[in-house]
Design a protein around this ligand. Structure first.
Ligand code: ZN
Ligand code: ZN
Length: 125
C-alpha cells in the first residue's frame, strides 16, 4: 500500500481517523503521472493538514509499504500490512493464529502496548 492510503483509512470498528502507521519494509516504485496531495492527513510527513499547510506528496505515491502495522490509538486495535496489503478486518473475521504469528514475527518493531494489550489479539491471549 502507499502512504497516500492513510489519508483515507479510518478504524473499521470505532471510526477513528487518522490512524498510526509503522512501516517495517518499504520499496520505491515509479510514481504515477498524476500526483495529488494528501488532503486531511499525510502519513509520510506525519502531519494533519489544514488549509494553510501543504505538503510535497511525491513519496506518498512512490513508496510501496510492503510490511507494517496500522494502529488505532482510540480503541487499541491493530491491523497488519502484509505483502503490500492492509488487512482492515472486523474482529470476527480475524484469524488468531495468523495474528499472533504476525506479532511474533515483528515483535521488535511493534510498540510494547500493542504486543501486551493490542486488540483483538496480543501476545498475551
Ligand atoms: Zn502526503
Ligand atoms: Zn479503533
Amino acid at each position: 500500500m502507499k502512504y497516500r492510503l492513510m489519508d483515507l483509512l479510518a478504524c473499521p470498528i470505532c471510526k477513528k481517523f487518522p490512524l498510526e502507521l509503522k512501516v517495517f519494509r518499504e520499496s520505491e516504485i515509479q510514481p504515477p503521472q498524476k500526483i495529488n496531495r494528501c488532503e486531511l492527513y499525510c502519513a509520510y510527513h506525519n502531519i494533519e493538514l489544514s488549509s494553510n499547510v501543504s505538503t510535497e506528496c511525491l513519496k506518498c505515491y512512490s513508496i510501496e509499504i510492503r510490511d507494517g502495522i496500522i494502529i488505532c490509538s482510540n480503541c487499541g486495535r491493530w491491523y497488519p500490512i502484509e505483502e503490500e496489503i492492509p488487512r482492515m478486518l472486523p474482529d470476527e473475521l480475524r484469524n488468531k493464529n495468523e495474528d499472533t504469528q504476525f506479532l511474533a514475527k515483528w515483535r521488535t518493531r511493534i510498540p510494547e502496548k500493542i504486543l501486551l494489550e493490542g486488540k483483538p489479539y496480543s501476545m498475551k491471549n
